[in-house]
Every structure is written in structure tokens, then in C-alpha cells.
Design a protein around this ligand. Structure first.
Ligand SMILES: Nc1ncnc2c1ncn2[C@@H]1O[C@H](COP(=O)(O)OP(=O)(O)OP(=O)(O)O)[C@@H](O)[C@H]1O
Ligand SMILES: [Mg+2]
Length: 443
């Protein structure tokens, strides 16, 4: 219809007017931003791979602080014993601080990452950036500590990590009744561990002063059923820390281990159970060996990767973390791993002593003493029995507690009349069959 040169001219004309329009629009955007009296600050959920803790504090603060003014609330119960927690369910929130008005807005991008946008008048810039932000982080932390739900995390295989980094770990609420009171072990040793843990959790200033990363490592060793996993649960309950139960066999290599480590929150216990079973600790490997290792369902995390995990520069990312390893076979561990200073404390959990038995009898039978105690004391001196097996004998078998019956069962077990139990345990230890794991079985 139109001659070709006219078509080209119309097209060029259109393109240039579109360009001019976008140029004018960009210019007007800048103009508005330049003259706008409002300032914006954005705080994203993730800073690269690392979780942005400022984001979490803001979320907590806004969730709880401003509920009295909010119209849409979401209710949740944190712990059975604690009160109902109300959270606001709006995406826009106004807050007031020292007579300054600020507005919060939450944005979610196409990948599901969230960002908080804070808007305020530029005349309040100093008060907002200096004291308001600080106020939010402190308040957020306080609220978190008050309402903290303990969690039990375990790592997902990297194939299911996805773009959203929260998929590194999956978690459930942690509600384990273990405590240091009910833990059956030498009381002096127990006291020492308790003091060590409390000193650690209060040690923020101390660690800063001595220039050390705020973390502590414990190696728990001892035969099956002596209370290693139970002690970890008691530690978490004592300090109100969450547990990260690391499944090494689901980790492909050292770099995945590092990502997982960076993805943990502070105030947590990072646990690697049965370190001798799940890792090739010889350090050197050849192709043949790799094949064997794969068949054994062992991890490709190496000893050096693990040592980096404990005391490398990466482990200093994030504060207030406890690392716990457990093993049944101390002798199988590489000397590099058990060298003094690497794990701060080695804790041996041993077969049941008379003192430990008395704690169990108090827990299970409400007994302080009993005529059968003398016999049990002398039997315990000559028989190796795990506290778990003692506890099993003391468990009530009917609806009523029957102290005499339970103590008799225990004496039978100690005298070898109840041989079945002893042999089952020995063979399971030999074949590496693991006892009920209170963490894994919760998933
Ligand atoms: N020292 C202890 N004090 C109180 N209870 C204990 C103790 N040791 C074991 N038990 C009881 O036995 C059960 C098994 O113990 P636990 O799982 O802690 O043993 P473990 O040392 O972790 O064994 P494994 O080496 O097989 O993992 C616990 O649920 C607990 O009831
Ligand atoms: Mg265990």
C-alpha cells in the first residue's frame, strides 16, 4: 500500500518517539526521586548465600510490636505451655518511633525472595538510620528469645535445595524431655559440663575480648545406650538452642557442607552423630577406595573438609554455635580430629555406675533407697550394662510402678539370667546396627 521508503520512515519515527517517551519518563522518575521528600531503605531476606539476620529481626519486630494497631492478625501457639502469639498479617505497616512516622512494606520477587522496604521522611534520616534501626534489631532479638521455639533441623540432599535457600534444611519443633537433672552420670562431671555450657552461652563479651570465634566443640564418646544423644537434647533444653542434626551421607562434598554450615542460625547445636561410621576419616583416597566408600553409603566429605568445618575460617561465620560429634569408637577417629584444642571438651559417657543407677531409680521408680541397693551396687561393679538397658528394666510394665519387680528384673539382667538383652546389644554393636536415635526417628 505504502511505498517502502515511507514504511521505513514511519517505523523510524515511531521508534524514536518511543525512545523519547522512555527517556522523558526516566528523567521524570529521577526528577521525582530527586525532589521527593521520602527516603527508602531495602532489606532483603538473603545476602548472597547468607541469611540476613536483620531481616528476621524486622519480621519479628513488625509481627509482634504493632499488633495492637493491626486489623488482620494471625494466631499461633509457640509452646504448649506458652501463651497464644498474635502476629499481624498485613503487607503494609506504619510504625512510630520518637514521634517519627515510618512505613514498612514487604515485596516478594519472582523467585520467592522477600524484601522489606522502609520509607520515611528525609528530615528523620538520622534518627531512623541511627537509633530506630538499632531499636528494631534489639527488640526483635528480645522478642525472639522470649518466644523461641526450639527446632530440630536435618539437611536435605542438595538435589532438593532449589533456588529458595530455606530448603537446605527441613525442620520440626523440638520437644524432647531430656534434662541434666534426669541424666544419669557422674555428678561432678555433670556439674563441669553444665558450667561449661552456661559460661559459653554467657560468653559473648569474653570471646570478643580474647579474639576467638564464639563457638565451642564437644566430642561425646562411649558405648551405645550410654546417653550421648540424650545429653545433646539436654544441652539444647538447657540453653534453649535449636539442633542441626547433620546427615553426612546426604552431603556430596566439602562445598555443600560449607553451604549448610553457613545456612545455620546462631544459638544452635550442630550435631554429627557417629562420626566414625559416616565419614572416611583416613584423609587419603584413591579411585578404588572411592568406589568402596560409595557402596558403603559414606559421604564424600573429607577429613580436611570436616576440620575446616570445625575450625576453618568459614566456621566463624555466625556466632554462638556449639558443635557436637558423637562416636562409639574413639580409637577409630583420626588423631587430627581428637587433637586437644580442636574439640574443646571430650566427654566420656560410660556404662552404668551405682551413682548413675540411683539417678535412674529416682526418675523411674521415685526411689531414694531400697534394701536391694547393696546387691545392685556390687553387681554393677562387675557387670557392664548401659544406662539404656538399666532404664528399660526400670520402666513400669503395668499401670502402677512396681519398685520390687523392676529391681528384681534389673538384678536378673545383671546376673545374666536375662541373657537375651546382653547378647542383642553386643551383636548390634559389632554389626554397627544403631540403637533408636531420638532425633532421626522424629522425621
Ligand atoms: N546417661 C543416661 N541417663 C538417662 N537416661 C539414659 C542415659 N543413657 C541412656 N539413657 C536412656 O536410654 C535411651 C538411649 O540412650 P541414647 O540414645 O542417649 O544413647 P546413645 O549413647 O546416644 O547411644 P548410641 O551410641 O547408640 O547412639 C535414652 O532414650 C534414655 O532414655
Ligand atoms: Mg545416640
Amino acid at each position: 500500500f505504502f511505498p517502502n521508503h515511507l514504511k521505513i520512515a514511519i517505523k523510524e519515527c515511531l521508534i524514536s518517539s518511543i525512545q523519547q517517551f522512555t527517556f522523558v519518563q526516566r528523567l521524570s522518575d529521577r526528577f521525582i526521586t530527586f525532589f521527593s521528600p521520602y527516603v527508602e531503605i531495602k532489606i532483603s531476606q538473603y545476602d548472597g548465600y547468607q541469611y540476613n539476620h536483620a531481616f528476621a529481626s524486622i519480621e519479628t519486630y513488625l509481627g509482634e510490636k504493632a499488633t495492637d494497631k493491626a486489623k488482620h492478625l494471625r494466631a499461633s501457639q509457640v509452646k504448649e505451655s506458652k501463651d497464644l502469639v498474635l502476629k499481624r498479617d498485613d503487607t503494609r505497616t506504619r510504625d512510630e518511633y520518637k514521634e517519627v512516622n515510618v512505613w514498612w512494606e514487604i515485596e516478594t520477587d519472582s523467585e520467592g525472595y522477600r524484601t522489606y522496604k522502609l520509607t520515611f521522611h528525609r528530615r528523620s534520616r538520622d534518627i531512623v538510620t541511627d537509633s530506630y534501626m538499632k531499636h528494631i534489631f534489639e527488640e526483635g532479638k528480645l522478642i525472639d528469645a522470649k518466644n523461641k521455639k526450639m527446632k530440630l533441623y536435618t539437611n536435605n540432599p542438595s538435589s532438593s535445595w532449589g533456588p529458595n535457600k530455606t530448603a537446605l534444611w527441613r525442620c520440626i519443633d523440638f520437644e524432647h524431655p531430656a534434662s541434666f537433672n534426669t541424666l544419669a552420670m557422674d555428678s561432678k562431671k555433670k556439674e563441669e559440663i553444665l558450667n561449661d555450657l552456661v559460661a559459653f552461652s554467657n560468653g559473648k563479651e569474653y570471646y570478643k575480648k580474647i579474639g576467638k570465634a564464639w563457638k565451642r566443640g564437644y566430642l561425646l564418646h562411649g558405648p551405645p545406650g550410654t546417653g550421648k544423644s540424650t545429653m545433646i537434647a539436654a544441652m539444647a533444653n538447657l540453653l534453649n538452642y535449636s539442633i542441626y542434626d547433620v546427615e553426612l551421607t546426604a552431603i556430596k562434598d566439602n562445598s555443600e557442607l560449607r553451604k549448610l554450615l553457613i545456612g545455620t542460625a546462631s544459638k544452635s547445636i550442630i550435631v554429627i552423630e557417629d562420626i566414625d561410621c559416616s565419614l572416611d576419616l583416613t584423609g587419603q583416597r584413591n579411585k578404588e577406595k572411592d568406589k568402596e566408600v560409595k557402596e558403603d553409603n559414606k559421604s564424600f566429605v573429607t577429613l580436611s573438609g570436616l576440620l575446616n568445618f570445625i575450625d576453618g575460617i568459614w566456621s566463624a561465620c555466625g556466632q554462638e554455635r556449639i558443635i557436637v560429634f558423637t562416636t562409639n569408637h574413639m580409637a577409630k577417629l583420626d588423631p587430627a580430629l581428637i587433637r586437644r584444642g580442636r574439640m574443646d571438651m571430650h566427654i566420656e559417657l560410660s556404662y552404668c555406675t551405682f551413682e548413675a543407677f540411683k539417678i535412674l531409680a529416682k526418675n523411674y521408680l521415685d526411689l531414694d533407697t531400697h534394701p536391694m541397693y547393696t546387691k545392685i551396687e556390687s553387681l554393677l561393679k562387675e557387670t557392664k550394662i548401659a544406662p539404656a538397658d538399666v532404664a528399660e528394666n526400670l520402666m513400669k510394665k503395668k499401670s502402677e510402678i512396681d519398685a520390687d519387680g523392676s529391681l528384681n528384673d534389673l538384678i536378673d539382667a545383671l546376673e545374666g539370667k536375662n541373657t537375651q538383652k546382653a547378647t542383642v546389644d553386643e551383636s548390634s554393636e559389632k554389626h554397627g546396627i544403631k540403637r533408636f536415635n531420638p532425633f532421626r526417628n522424629l522425621f
